[in-house]
Design a protein around this ligand. Sequence first.
Ligand code: PAF
Length: 283
Amino acid sequence: MQIFKSSPEISDYLKSLHNGQTVGFVPTMGALHSGHSALVERSVAENDITICSIFVNPLQFNRKEDLDTYPDRMQADIDLLEDLNCHILFNPSKEDIYSDESRLTYDFGSIGKGMEAEYRPGHFEGVAEVIHRFFNILKPTRAYFGEKDYQQLAIVRWLTEKYAHSTEIVGCETIRDKSGLAMSSRNYNLSAEEYEKASDIFKTLSYCRDNKGSFQPQELAKICFDMLSVDFRPEYFTIADQFTMEPLKEWTDSEYPRAFVAAYCGNVRLIDNLSLITNKNEK
Ligand code: PAF
């Protein structure tokens, strides 16, 4: 695997590739886990060249403490990427990516209101800024994102269309451990006891899906929030349309209802989501 640390170097290298070679891109902040492995594997299978980036983007952290405690496992990450036959690791510095002070302003509309946008002010502006810059440097054919960060995926799709990036955005199913806990780099910061408890988040999402028939959306969301409050500090439990991210008052408000949750388990903030469509043609 080749490791690039500078954007001019990687972009020169990519320009030297044969025309028609496809480039798959998996952006990450490191502390890789099996969710990331699934994205890299899919990219390796679908493209001639796969680039994984590891860049802890300071712009998307609204709490300094969160940035400071973000797990760093560089050597383990490199070993994993080698095993997955990833071709290139792009690991730029902050100075490289943000060499200029200019920032775009974004109006995401309804997808940029509520949930993560509400509880992490500036977070999506930071995600959009870094992805926009990465797409300009790498011009990937396809880019792979996990559905665990569902609202982020909607933001990335919006950004790609708005700025006419030629990259195809590939959303990939959330990878869960045996207990249902969604894979996340933040799980590395959970104690053994917290790790065990954390699977209740998925259990609550599943309860929500299974009890759709018995309550109106906001009533059900409140029940789930209260269930989580016993062992977690939930920030939100929201049932929203999975495209507009607008919370539902009635089930008839959306054909694609999805439950979204953010909750602190100890000091670790976890997020997850689940489609509430239960028929066979589930999207
Ligand atoms: O999901 C993440 O890890 C980050 O938000 C991303 C997409 C790598 C942008 O920094």
